[in-house]
Every structure is written in C-alpha cells, then in structure tokens.
Design a protein around this ligand. Structure first.
Ligand SMILES: [Ca+2]
Length: 358
C-alpha cells in the first residue's frame, strides 16, 4: 500500500451518463454532425465542470485534506471522485429505521422463512465441498456461514442497489449521528478502491455501504476478506471468497469451535430485565446467573460466561442465555434479532440437511 501511486482505476468518467438529447441529423449533413458533436462536447465539459465544482462543502474539503495527508491521495483526483457522489435522502431514511429494530417475531418471520431455508439447502448442496473446507480451516460450522449469507443477501441475490460512494458520503456528511463511523468507512473505501483497483463510482452495495455477498463494510473488507478460491484477488462477489471471508471474520472475532450459541431460559427471574440491561457481552458465569434467578431450560456449563438476552415474541418477552458464539455473531451485526435469526436459520438448515441425508 505505502508508496503506491495515488491513482484510481477509473479513467473513463468524463462521459456523462444522463440522457443527452437525441438530435435529428440528416445523413448527408456533415456540418450538422460537426455542430451536434461540438454541442455534445460543450455539454459534456459543462457537466464535468459542474460535477467537479458541485457540493464540495468545507467538511468534504477537510476530509480530502486528511486523506491527502494520511494516505498521499492526489487531491484533484479525490475531488473529482467525491464530486460524483450524490447524497440520497432514502439512505438516511433507511438507516434511521433499520429492519432489525422490529420486534423479534416480525424479524424472524421475514428472515427464517421457508424460502430462505430452501435457498440455504440448495446453496449448501451446490457448494458442499467448499463449505466443508472453509468450516475445517476456520472452525466455524457450515450452517452458520450459509445462514449469514442467507440473512445478508439471500445467498448473493440481493447485494444492494446503492452506489457505495453515495451511501458512504451521504452518511459521512449528511447524517451526524453516525458521521464519525462513516467517515472512517469512506476512508477505508477509498483505500480499498486504490488497493483493489475498483471503480469508486460503480461499486454497489447496501444503504450503509456494505459490499458483496457477505455485505462487508469497507473496513471489514480490507481486514477480513480472504481469497478463498485462490485466483489472487479478494472478491466478495465470488461465492468462495464470500464463504471463506465470513468464516475468517467469525474466527477473527473469537468463534469457539464446537461452542454453544444460545440456551433457552425457562424462567428469567425477578432480576431478568436488569440482567438484560448489562448488555450482550457475556460477562457473568452461568452459576451466578442461576443464583440471580435465571433458570436455563437445557444443561449448560456452570463456569461458562453468558449474557441474558431478551426478545419480543408474539406471546411476550422471551429470554435466552447468550454464550460466546452468540456474541461473536453480534460482531457481524450488533443486533440481538440478527444474531437470533442467524442461529435459528442455521439450526433449520442443519436439520433440513440431516433429514435429506446430505
Ligand atoms: Ca478470489
């Protein structure tokens, strides 16, 4: 990375994509063609200049200054790239009301549904050997890898329709609650673009700028993506790289091979809600949680660290003990609903594979 020239891969951005007028030219009039061509050229230059001058607020200029200083980017190139970004109000709306904020039973019915189970079984069968190899190498079960890809993008079918550049700049400069995080993701994206020779204006992803089949934010892409198909590139649009990268991500965040994810709880006890308030990081021993009134519905090691987890079901609040591996799933997405859904979809997939004798 260091010492590499501060150049982006895109050298072909001056052709405006928006609709240029379809001017009628007579076939035999070369003068008319020249005039039309000149008009198009002027229009293209005007748009190009307008883009370069558009919306570079002092904040964006300050960000560019930082990138130049920290990473030796060419300021003119960065200005050009960032001038192509288009803030999208729909991105701010989407991040303000994430689907994970719904009650658990609603989130579950959308994410652990028959279509996703069928799709997961088909995906698992199609990529069985590769999944087994990732599972062996990283110590993360196949069903957790498949379920994660299922919840994220329906096994690669919905990888996001927003330009990553638009998503990250919208959130970095037009959404104060998460500005710091998204400025740092924009920084990571610009570095990723430089390292992987992406076209910064073309890569698409989620409203939060998450990329590819496993929906990695740029910082995760840089840190945890692996080249699992061995073609020399880390490409999260490749199924094999996506599978290896998810497994690598979980291992890097402390997945215990063979460890439990959650244990259902029969009775939360009088202190249940206070215990839930302590958060999802497992920090109390099961023995202590039992002393404080929690009654697990299945055997669980007394010395294991756990957190009391709650979610809203149709019949009211339900509790679980979240163990280390539950916490690791929340490192992928910090939502209890998300981690519960990955766990439950994984269990459904494993059961379906066992039933089918695969
Ligand atoms: Ca690869």
């Amino acid at each position: 990375m260091s010492g590499s020239p501060p150049i982006f891969s895109c050298g072909r951005e001056s052709v405006p994509e928006r609709g240029l007028p379809q001017t009628a030219t007579t076939a035999n009039s070369s003068t008319a063609r020249v005039v039309v061509f000149s008009l198009l050229l002027v229009l293209a230059q005007t748009i190009s200049i307008a883009e370069a001058q558009r919306s570079l607020s002092p904040e964006v200029e300050a960000f560019i200054g930082e990138m130049v200083q920290k990473h030796q980017f060419d300021p003119a190139v960065l200005r050009k790239v960032l001038a192509r970004a288009q803030p999208q109000p729909s991105i701010v709306r989407a991040i303000s009301a994430p689907s994970t904020a719904r009650p658990w039973h609603e989130f579950r019915s959308r994410n652990v549904d028959p279509a996703r189970i069928r799709g997961g079984v088909a995906f698992w069968r199609e990529h069985q050997a590769m999944l087994a190899s990732a599972s062996r190498e990283y110590g993360v079960p196949e069903e957790i890898i498949v379920a994660t890809l299922g919840i994220e993008t329906l096994y690669g079918r919905n990888t996001g329709k927003f330009r990553v550049l638009d998503a990250l700049t919208t959130l970095a400069f037009n959404y104060p609650p998460r500005a710091e995080l998204f400025r740092s993701e924009l920084e990571a994206y610009l570095l990723l673009v430089r390292e992987a020779a992406f076209d910064p204006g073309k890569t698409r992803g989620s409203y939060a700028g998450a990329i590819g089949i496993p929906q990695f934010l740029p910082s995760s892409y840089r840190r945890y993506a692996v080249d699992f198909d061995g073609d020399g590139k880390r490409d999260l649009g490749s199924v094999a790289d996506a599978v290896g990268s998810v497994a690598n991500y979980y291992r890097a965040h402390g997945w215990h091979s063979g460890g439990t994810v959650i244990v259902p709880v029969e009775e939360g006890g009088g202190e249940a809600d206070a215990l839930v308030e302590l958060g999802i990081r497992p920090q109390l021993k099961v023995a202590e949680l039992k002393l404080r009134g929690v009654r697990p519905a299945a055997p669980v090691e007394e010395g294991a660290l756990a957190a009391l987890i709650a979610a809203e079901t149709e019949s009211g609040r339900r509790y679980w003990l979240g163990l280390n591996n539950f916490y690791v799933i929340t490192r992928y997405n910090r939502s209890v609903n998300y981690a519960l859904a990955v766990h439950e979809l994984a269990a459904e997939l494993r059961a379906a594979m066992v039933r089918a004798g695969s």
